[in-house]
Design a protein around this ligand. Structure first.
Ligand code: TUI
Length: 315
C-alpha cells in the first residue's frame, strides 16, 4: 500500500497523512504519536521563540525515530532564527504558513530538509513550485485558524493542474471518504488538524476538546475578514464581541488587540468563551476522542470500502 505514493516516497513515511501544524497544541506529544503511527507529525511553531522550539524538537527526536516536521508561521517575529534552527537541527520537513518561504529555500535544501508551503491560491502555488519547493499543501477555507478564501473542492484540482510537484489536500478532511475524495481530485496526501485535536495525545485543555465535540456543521464563524486575515473559530462570546465592535466601526488596532493572547487562553486555560477556539468546519462531524493510532488506522483501513462505494455508484 502506498508504495507508489509520491508523498510517501518523498518523505519516507508509511501513510500519506499529515497532522496540521497547530500553534500551542501541535506539541511533541501529538507530533511523535502521529509520526509513530505512520503519518507525518508537525510541531506548530506559531510565535514560539527558538529556545522553546529547540526543546520541542529534541523531545520529538527522543520519542520517535520516524520523520517529523515543523510548521513555521512566516509572520512570526522569530522567523529568521527559527529557520536557522531548522538547519542546525536537520529537521526532516518544514511546512510554512502565511507567506512565501523562498528566501530560506537554499539553506534548507543544502541540509536535505524538504520544504512544503501551505498555499490558499493557485497563483502562490505556481510561484512557489517554480521556486523549487518539494510539494505544496493546498488548504481550503474549511480549515480552522488562518485561512484563505477558496474552499477545498475547487482549490485542490486547480492547484493540482497548475503545479508539477505533489499536492497535499487540507481543509475538511477527517475520514476515509475524505481521503478517497482528495485522491480523486488529484492530491497525493491529506493534512488534518481538527481530527487530531480530538485525540487522546493532543494536550489541548479538556474544555477545548468538549467544546469542539459539541460543534455542529454551522458552529464555526470567520473573524478578521475586514483586517485582511480571516480566521476560522468556534462562535462564542469573543467572536460576538469582535463582530459587534467591527460593525460599530472599531479600528483595526482595536480589533487586533481583542485577539491577543486568546488562542492560549482557550487551548491551555480552557476559557472557551473568551478564548479563540480555532477549528475547522469538519468538527461538526466528529463525535469521539480517539488515540492517534486509532484515528490513522481507521482512515487507512476504511479506504478500500470508501473506494468500493465510489465504484458502486457507477459500475
Ligand atoms: O497558517 C495557517 N493557519 C494558522 S497559523 C495559526 S497561528 C496563530 N497564532 C496566533 C494567532 C493567530 C494565528 C493559526 N492558524 N494556515 C496556513 C495558511 N497559509 N492559510 C493561508 C495561508 C496563506 C495566506 C497567504 C499562505 C500564503 C499567503 O500568502 C499571501 C499571498 O501573497 O498570497
Amino acid at each position: 500500500m502506498f508504495e507508489n505514493n509520491a508523498i510517501c516516497k518523498l518523505l519516507k513515511i508509511k501513510y500519506p497523512i499529515f497532522q496540521g501544524g497547530m500553534a500551542w497544541i501541535g506539541t511533541a506529544e501529538l507530533v511523535s504519536a502521529v509520526s509513530n503511527a505512520g503519518g507525518l507529525g508537525l510541531i506548530g511553531a506559531g510565535h514560539m521563540p527558538p529556545d522553546i522550539l529547540k526543546k520541542e524538537i529534541q523531545k520529538c527526536k527522543g520519542w520517535t525515530d520516524k520523520p517529523f516536521g515543523v510548521n513555521i508561521m512566516l509572520m512570526s517575529p522569530f522567523v529568521k532564527e527559527v529557520m536557522q534552527l531548522m538547519v542546525d537541527e536537520r529537521v526532516p520537513v518544514v511546512t510554512t504558513g502565511a507567506g512565501n518561504p523562498g528566501e530560506y529555500l537554499p539553506a534548507l535544501k543544502e541540509v536535505g530538509t524538504k520544504v512544503i508551503p501551505v498555499v490558499a491560491s493557485v497563483a502562490l502555488a505556481r510561484r512557489l513550485a517554480k521556486g523549487g519547493v518539494d510539494a505544496v499543501i493546498a488548504e481550503g477555507c474549511e480549515s480552522g485558524g488562518h485561512i484563505g478564501e477558496i474552499s477545498t473542492m475547487p482549490l485542490i484540482p486547480q492547484v493540482v493542474d497548475a503545479v508539477d510537484v505533489p499536492v497535499i489536500a487540507a481543509g475538511g478532511f477527517a475520514d476515509s471518504r475524505g481521503m478517497a475524495a482528495a485522491f480523486s481530485l488529484g492530491a497525493s496526501a491529506i493534512q488534518m488538524g481538527t481530527r487530531f485535536v480530538l485525540s487522546k495525545e493532543c494536550i489541548a485543555h479538556e474544555n477545548y476538546k468538549n467544546f469542539v465535540l459539541k460543534a455542529k456543521d454551522r458552529s464555526t464563524v470567520v473573524t478578521g475578514r475586514s483586517l485582511g486575515h480571516p480566521v476560522r473559530v468556534l462562535a462564542n462570546k469573543l467572536t460576538r464581541t469582535f463582530h459587534e465592535m467591527e460593525a460599530a466601526g472599531a479600528t483595526p488596532e482595536e480589533l487586533e488587540k481583542l485577539g491577543e493572547g486568546t488562542l492560549h487562553l482557550a487551548t491551555h486555560k480552557g476559557d472557551v468563551e473568551n478564548g479563540s477556539v480555532m477549528i475547522g468546519q469538519i468538527s461538526g462531524m466528529l463525535e469521539d476522542i480517539k488515540s492517534v493510532k486509532e484515528i490513522i488506522d481507521d482512515i487507512i483501513n476504511g479506504l478500500p470500502q470508501a473506494v468500493a462505494e465510489l465504484q458502486s455508484k457507477y459500475l
